[in-house]
Design a binder for this molecule. Sequence first.
Ligand code: CTP
Length: 403
Amino acid sequence: MSVLSGKKVLLGVTAGIAAYKTANLVRLFIKSGAEVKVVMTPASKDFITPLTLSTLSKNPVHSTFYDTEDENELWNNHVDLGLWADLMIIAPATANTLSKMTNGTCDNLLLATYLSAKCPVYFAPAMDLDMYKHPSTKVSLDSLQEFGNIMIPATSGELASGLVGEGRMAEPEDIVSFIERDIVSKLPLKGKKILITAGPTYEAIDPVRFIGNHSSGKMGFEIAKTAANLGAEVYLVSGPSHQKVTHSLIHRIDVKSAQDMYNACHKYYNDVDVAILSAAVADYRPKNVASQKIKKKDASLTIELEPTQDILKSLGEIKQKQLLVGFALETNNEEENAKSKIERKNLDLIVLNSLRDKGAGFATDTNKITIIDADFSKKSFELKSKKEVSEDIINEIIQKLNA
Ligand code: CTP
C-alpha cells in the first residue's frame, strides 16, 4: 500500500508544455489511493484541458476565483482548497509561477491557493535550459526551498525547443515516487522496530481440545497497522486470530500457545525499540497434554493446570533500551492493579481497560482506555474505535520516545 493512500493531493498546473503529462500524474496519484483536486493557471488550459483533468481526478477543476459560466457565480475558495490538502504539488512549475511564488504575488487562483496552503508544498520546475540556468530562476528555486517548499529537480534531456539540456520536468512516475520517499523519510517511527503481541493463546488439552479465550486480536492488529503506517518495522506475534493484515512493514509471526508466544517474543526482543504486549495470554495450561483424544467417561474429569510463563514480566526483567508497554484488563480496583503491574513487570506504560466500561474489552470494535506511565501519571480517553485507540497509544509512545 502506498503512503499516499487516503492522502488529499492538490495538484497545481501551470503553463508549460509538460502540462500534458499531468493527465498521467493525476492517474498515478489516484492509483496510489490518493484523493486529487486540480487547480490550473488560466494559461495552462492551452496545454491540457480542465475536462481531461476533472475526468481523471473525479473532481471539478478550477482556474479562476469564480466560474463565469456558473450563473450563481460561486466563489472558488482558495483558502478552503489550501486547507483541504495534505500536500500540494505544483507541476509543471514554470519560471513565471516560481518567480511569483517567491515574491508572494497572487494574481491567480493557483498562487492564492499556494499562499494559503499549510501543508507541505512540492514543486517540479519545467522550462527551457537557458531559463533554468538564469540567475533569476536560481534565486526563485533557492528562495522557495528556503521557505520550506520541496523541489523535485528538473532532469536533463530533449526540451520542447528542440535543444537538449536541463529543464525537463521529472517524469510523473518519478514525481510520485519522490513524494512517497519524502513522506516515508519524515514518518515519526521511521527506523524504529516494534514488537507487538495480539490475540489469544490456545493451550492444548489433547489433540482436539484447548483452553482459550475470547480475544479477537483486533486491538493488537490495529496497533500494528498504525505503527507501520507511521514508518515502524513491526514484528506482530499473533495467537490464533481471523484478523488480516497486508503491509510491507509488518512481519506476522503466527503462534498458538503461551510458550510459542514467549519463544517468538524473546527471539525479536533484543532487536526492537518498543514492545507492546496486547495479547490475552493464558495464565495457566494443562500440566499434561494427552497424546490421544480424551474419551468421555461417566466420572467427572479434572485437568490439572500449571502456570504459563509471564512473557511481559520476563521481558521487563531483561529490559535494556526497549520501551515496554503492557495491557491490563481489569474488572475491579482497576488503577491500583494496573499500577502494581507497572512495578511488578518493570513497564514504561500500561494501557488499562476496564470490563466495567461499556464497549471496552474483547471482540468489540471499540475500546475505552487509560494510559498510565511509570511515574503513575495517567491520561484517560473517551470510548473510541479500536483504530483511534491505537492512534492514541502510538502517539503516547512517540512522545515517550522523543522525551
Ligand atoms: N501477559 C503476558 N504473559 C502472560 C500473561 C500476561 O505477557 N503469561 C501480559 C499481557 O499481554 C498483558 C499483561 O501481561 O500485557 C497483563 O496481563 P494480565 O493477565 O492482566 O496480568 P497478570 O499479571 O496475569 O495479573 P492478574 O491475573 O492478576 O490480572
